[in-house]
Design a protein around this ligand. Structure first.
Ligand code: SF4
Length: 441
């Protein structure tokens, strides 16, 4: 059964947090400091570190980044990251160490191997890394030369996520990012040769002039390289938020039905290659930690999407980073220059956030579980909440998105791609803020 196309067209958040970022408000340093002090001393920490620089801008990019080659600007930013590390270490009582570190961007290697190593060294010194900690980075295959990979390995990197998008040169020309298959294969080989053995590849659908055949070929390529995990993301065309996306000819973008077929085609190729489908958009080898966590109901969702990270506190470092603390969400100043100025003045560079209420926590838990497990036990819901969500869940049941049986909700195989709609049924803020989101598929 094919679900109504209206589900693919609707604009729904990706629910990498709840409440979602458009519902954050002003947050001051004093409150943030209290929240940091409230992190339990014995719990492992997670860290997300944002480097907002790239050598050139890919037209499809939805990240918070800027093009620069100014070494002075980059060095100043690196120094600010180190200063922020010291400020956080001072504010925290935590000595349990970091279990997961994620370097995102932008292009983390734009910081330069020396500065990146210095930042990681300081994190190790001030917060510590737990035994077996995962150190992951988003990497651009076009900038992974031998010395850079050697430096990443020496700094302790364990996992690399490489952007592949689409291997077709025609599509690559239409998204302003040209990289050959050889370039990606060589990057993977180099990383493995240096002991960075966990490889994630990111593939996209919904790109200009992309068809099912291109998506299939790209998914096959990712499988052939033996990636441990493959993420298949739909291109989000949001030129009102990312004006550089106007360089993409919107007339050449596939429609909703074509996007659905592309997503299904990628899933079929990866399934045939032995990958396990996980949540909305991830695939993993059956023995991969993420596939195991999925099977065991331990999968989590955070700002990077699906994760095996279970730490109750995620610290965000760098401009625009969002942290998730037991007390609430905290987002740093997004403007890189203002971020640097705040840290140089000795201040925690926090700007926005959201304290969590008990109701937020309950809804967040339900949204995370349905996004991760495709199933939900409704038997434990308070009566008032159950009364509130049942009309929406009943409609989803009628449309074949979910199957309701007594107190249990299961997202149907056909409805899994539309799981954001199920999550939305529990969202008390949807439609109340200024947020505008991308298409749900
Ligand atoms: S390299 Fe990545 S972060 Fe930089 S512009 Fe391209 S897609 Fe965006």
């Amino acid at each position: 059964m094919r679900t109504p196309i209206s589900y693919a067209l609707a604009n729904i958040p990706r629910y990498t947090s709840y409440p979602t970022a458009p519902h954050f408000g002003p947050l001051d340093q004093a409150d943030y400091r209290d929240w940091l002090r409230g992190v339990a001393p014995g719990e492992p920490l997670s860290v997300y570190l944002h480097i907002p620089f790239c050598k050139s801008l890919c037209w499809y990019c939805g990240c918070h980044t800027a093009v620069t080659r100014s070494t002075g600007r980059i060095e100043r930013y690196g120094a600010a990251l180190r200063a922020e590390t010291l400020l956080l270490a001072e504010a925290l009582r935590n000595q349990a160490g970091i279990g997961h570190l994620h370097l995102g961007g932008g292009t983390p290697t734009a910081l330069g191997a020396q500065e990146l190593t210095a930042v990681l060294h300081l994190l190790r010194q001030e917060l510590g890394f737990r035994p077996g900690a995962e150190l992951a980075a988003e990497l651009d295959p076009r900038s992974l030369d031998e010395p850079t990979v050697a430096a990443l390995a020496a700094a302790g990197l364990t996992r690399a996520s490489l952007g592949v998008q689409d291997i077709s040169p025609a599509v690559q020309h239409r998204i302003g990012r040209v990289q050959s298959e050889d370039c990606v294969a060589q990057a993977v080989e180099r990383l493995r040769a240096h002991g960075i053995g966990s490889i994630n590849l990111d593939v996209m659908y919904g790109l200009p002039s992309q068809g099912v055949a291109e998506v299939q070929a790209t998914a096959r390529f990712a499988a052939t390289l033996g990636a441990d995990r493959v993420a298949v993301f739909g291109y989000a065309h949001v030129p009102w938020m990312k004006p550089h996306q106007n360089a993409i000819d919107s007339a050449s973008l596939p429609g909703a039905l074509e996007r659905l077929m592309q997503a299904e085609a990628a899933e079929a190729v990866l399934g045939a290659a032995g990958y396990v489908a996980i949540g909305l958009d991830h695939f993993a080898k059956p023995e991969d930690e993420m596939a195991v966590a999925f099977r065991e109901g331990r999968l989590r969702r955070n700002f990077q999407g699906y994760t095996t990270d279970t730490a109750p506190a995620l610290l965000g470092l760098g401009a625009s980073s969002i942290g998730s603390l037991p007390a609430g969400y905290a987002q740093n100043e997004a403007d890189e220059r203002k971020y640097v100025a705040a840290v140089e003045a000795g201040m925690l560079p926090v700007k926005r956030g959201r304290a969590l209420t008990d109701d937020d926590r309950l809804r967040r838990h339900l949204i995370e579980r349905v996004m991760c497990d495709f199933a939900l036990d409704l038997g434990t819901l308070p009566t008032a909440l159950l009364d509130e969500v049942m009309p929406a869940l009943g409609r989803l049941d009628a449309d074949g998105i979910v199957a309701l049986e007594r107190d249990f909700l299961r997202v149907t195989p056909a409805g899994q791609r539309h799981v954001r709609h199920v999550a939305a049924a529990f969202d008390a803020y949807l439609g109340t803020g200024s947020g505008r989101h991308s298409a749900a598929v």
